[in-house]
Each structure stands twice: as C-alpha cells, then as structure tokens.
Design a protein. Structure first.
Length: 118
C-alpha cells in the first residue's frame, strides 16, 4: 500500500543550504545519531520547536529612565507615609500623575520593542 500523498503545504520541497565547519558537522552528526534522527530533521526540529535567546532589551532614552526614577521616588514616599498610617493631602492627584507617567512609559516600551534589524 502506498504512502498517502502530502498536500503542497506539508511537502518539504524547498532546499536550504547551511555551511558548517567540519567540527560543527561532526557535532551535528553525533547528536543526531544519539537522538536517532537525521541531521536535517534534528536541525529543523530544533529550529522550529527549540528555545531561542531572549530578545534584547528595548532601547530606552535617558528621559524614560529619569521618569522611572521619579515614579520610584514617589512610590517610596507614598509607601513610607502609608506604613506610618499618614494619608497625605493630594494623594489622589499624585496617584493620577503616577498612572499617567506609567501609561506613557508603557507606550514607549511597546513602541520600542521592535528589533532593530527586522
């Protein structure tokens, strides 16, 4: 009985050449043999199912770091007052300012999260 034919989307019909050093090839072949897989299968599975390094941290300008520092200082002051059971006047307006700063920073971080080389 013949093997069922694959759809065009599932058929591996494209060749992709990878250049390796002799040492890299030996390592790939030995690892593939240990896994009981062909080197190409091992590379494909590792690439498409493996883990990748974490992307680089987005670049943030010094103004954003300064804003983060200001938020940290404000939160420290609020925490100190809260621990002393003192509710400062104007706390709601301060929290609103902190929330706006936080939203601005999150927007900057999201806008700057695209990798440079894409």
């Amino acid at each position: 009985m013949a093997r069922p034919s694959l759809s065009e989307d599932n058929r591996r019909s494209i060749n992709f050449t990878v250049r390796l050093t002799p040492a890299e090839l030996r390592k790939l072949e030995s690892v593939a043999a240990l896994c009981g897989k062909a080197p190409g299968t091992l590379m494909r599975e590792r690439f498409f199912k493996g883990r990748f390094p974490h992307p680089k941290m987005p670049k943030i300008d010094s103004n954003t770091y300064f804003e983060l520092k200001k938020i940290g200082v404000n939160l420290n002051q609020l925490a100190r007052k809260a621990n002393a059971n003192i509710m400062p006047t104007g706390i709601l307006s301060l929290i609103a300012v902190l929330q706006r700063q936080q939203e601005t920073i999150i927007k900057l971080l999201l806008d700057d999260s695209e990798p440079e080389n894409w």
